[in-house]
Design a protein around this ligand. Structure first.
Ligand SMILES: *[C@@H]1O[C@H](CO)[C@@H](O)[C@H](O)[C@H]1NC(C)=O
Ligand SMILES: *[C@@H]1O[C@H](CO)[C@@H](O)[C@H](O)[C@H]1NC(C)=O
Ligand SMILES: *[C@@H]1O[C@H](CO)[C@@H](O)[C@H](O)[C@H]1NC(C)=O
Length: 511
């Protein structure tokens, strides 16, 4: 008995004492807000947490948390990315985002904060490294500190990440999220999805990985492991997902899906906004294209159409805009602000519709609060997200690059007058919430699990150890094809032989 108690105490002591290093590089608030609850909760549970991020929480009460503010990365990223340009092709988009990330990470790696971390000037030791599982050079920190690494992801699994964690991302039911459909419904889409997966793998291997390897050599030295090796050595990936929308219910040892990690219980609105809404005589449509798409970058005629139609509705339009180049013809029913507490606003009873670009986090929030959406996808995974929502009957989609005033008007009217959108989205929200543990607790459980076991290689599916040809059973298929060929070849010979004999015999008889 005493032994058990002692063991338990030791076990808890180990966990309480953990010192955790977190590095989250992407200068995008919608990504960072997914990770924030995790590092906050870890610190509240008594871990000592040291985090490098462009979006620190800056909460004085979190005494076990040290945050290194990389907020300068936002400006660097913005300077090099203009993926919200309405006429850039998807391919350019990807390269532009990549380039902006390269510039942002170089600025980070050159900054004294990261330089000190890289050189370990304070001779620190850690029990675990948590990284945003996206920018591979940072994974090299696990070699410097000799710690296990857990990855966090704020968007759905890409094909290359699925390969690393040993999940099969089926090209029919789970096309790569950069494609604009979420389920390959016909032959053309199936072919496109299959080809895209392989093209993306090749693109990643030959275009992206060398960028990572260059950075690793430059900042971590020539002896450092390769980007691919570091990436494969992740113990566990915790990915933000949506249990209601995902066609593949992805779960396996090395990948833990959590839904709506960043969605918090509804908080009261700031006083002025709350009072404004309470006094309103009309219901509200909330219009926001997210934190990465600047309203001012949307083509003028598109904005004009949107404003004209929304201006004619008997609703108050709460519009989140960067306030740059605002059109002059704004109607009286618009209430424009640079920022709204979106989660809490969507929880307000007067908000009846959410016009959104369809980012994962916005959809999670709308689903949790039960607000139907009109989705105007701009780039990246947004078209596929929109497709999923339309299929579930919780949203309509309008192509922001090509739509008519009439289409916009009709879809708005459908959303505002048909009750099924609302009941469907409430239903889907319940599905997301009904889980054994809340999302943050699930993430913390698995992070502490890796600390307790000093890694989690035992969780890896054995498929990951197989060479390519064995995983895809190429040798087996080849063998079967060969046997079939042999069978057909011999059968043909035998049949022709018999026929020949037969003919010869008959000829002889006739003769
Ligand atoms: C800080 O960690 C200690 C344990 O190391 C814990 O008792 C305390 O509650 C934590 N404080 C905060 C504010 O998270
Ligand atoms: C950015 O971070 C620095 C500390 O690294 C801080 O002094 C500064 O106030 C921050 N700026 C903003 C806009 O948050
Ligand atoms: C971003 O661009 C602006 C304007 O061109 C420039 O003044 C600023 O220094 C740039 N910032 C960074 C961090 O590159």
């Amino acid at each position: 008995m005493f032994n058990v108690v002692l063991c338990l105490c030791l076990f808890l002591a180990v966990i309480n004492g953990a010192k955790i290093l977190g590095v989250f590089m992407t200068p995008s608030f919608s990504h960072q807000q997914v990770f924030q609850p995790v590092w906050k909760e870890l610190s509240l549970r008594g871990h000592q947490v040291i985090v490098y991020t462009p979006s620190p929480l800056n909460e004085k009460s979190l005494t076990n948390l040290t945050e290194y503010d990389l907020n300068f990365s936002y400006e660097v990223f913005r300077n090099y990315s203009n993926f919200e340009d309405t006429d850039s092709a998807p391919n350019d988009e990807l390269m532009q985002i990549l380039l902006a990330c390269v510039k942002a990470s170089e600025a980070q790696l050159n900054h004294p904060f990261l330089q000190d971390l890289l050189k370990n000037v304070n001779k620190d030791t850690y029990d675990l490294l948590i990284v945003e599982y996206f920018w591979q050079p940072y994974y090299a920190l696990k070699e410097i500190y000799k710690v296990p690494m857990v990855g966090l992801l704020s968007f759905p699994l890409s094909i290359t990440t699925a390969d690393v964690v040993g999940l099969e991302k089926h090209p029919v039911v789970d096309p790569e999220f950069l494609l604009d459909f979420s389920f390959a419904k016909n032959f053309k889409q199936r072919l496109q999805s299959w080809l895209f997966n392989w093209a993306y793998r090749v693109f990643f291997q030959y275009k992206v990985t060398p960028i990572f390897d260059d950075q690793i050599r430059k900042y971590f030295g020539n002896d450092m492991k390769s980007a691919t090796q570091l990436t494969n050595e992740v113990e566990l990936v915790i990915g933000s997902s949506n249990f209601a929308l995902d066609n593949l219910k992805a779960r396996n040892g090395k990948y833990v899906a959590v839904s709506s990690l960043h969605v918090q219980p509804i908080q009261p609105l700031p006083k002025d906004l709350g009072e404004y809404l309470d006094k309103l005589k009309t219901d509200v449509i909330y219009f926001s294209l997210g934190t990465n798409v600047k309203s001012s970058k949307i083509a003028k005629n598109v904005m004009d159409t949107i404003i004209k139609v929304l201006g004619s509705l008997p609703y108050t339009i709460l519009w989140k805009s960067d306030l740059v180049n605002l059109p002059k013809n704004i109607h009286k029913n618009f209430y424009i602000r640079k920022w709204y507490p979106q989660q809490d606003l969507l929880g307000h009873e007067k908000v009846k519709l959410f016009i959104t670009q369809g980012g994962c986090q916005s959809i999670d929030e709308a689903m949790d609060r039960g607000v139907p959406m009109l989705i105007m996808p701009v780039f990246g995974d947004q078209p596929a997200n929109a497709d999923k929502c339309v299929n579930k009957g919780i949203a309509e989609m309008v192509n922001i690059y090509d739509f008519t005033e009439e289409e916009f008007r009709i879809k708005l009217s459908m959303l505002l007058t048909t009750s099924s959108y609302k009941s469907n989205i409430i239903q889907q929200g319940k599905i997301v919430r009904d889980q054994p543990l809340p999302a943050v607790d699930t993430a913390i459980f698995w992070i502490e699990y890796v600390i307790r076991h000093k890694g989690a290689s035992h969780l890896q599916p054995a498929t990951l150890t197989l060479p390519f040809y064995q995983y895809h059973l190429l040798d087996v298929y080849l063998f079967v094809a060969f046997v079939l060929y042999l069978f057909i070849y011999i059968s043909k010979k035998v049949i022709f032989g018999v026929l020949k004999l037969f003919k010869l015999n008959t000829k002889q008889k006739i003769a």
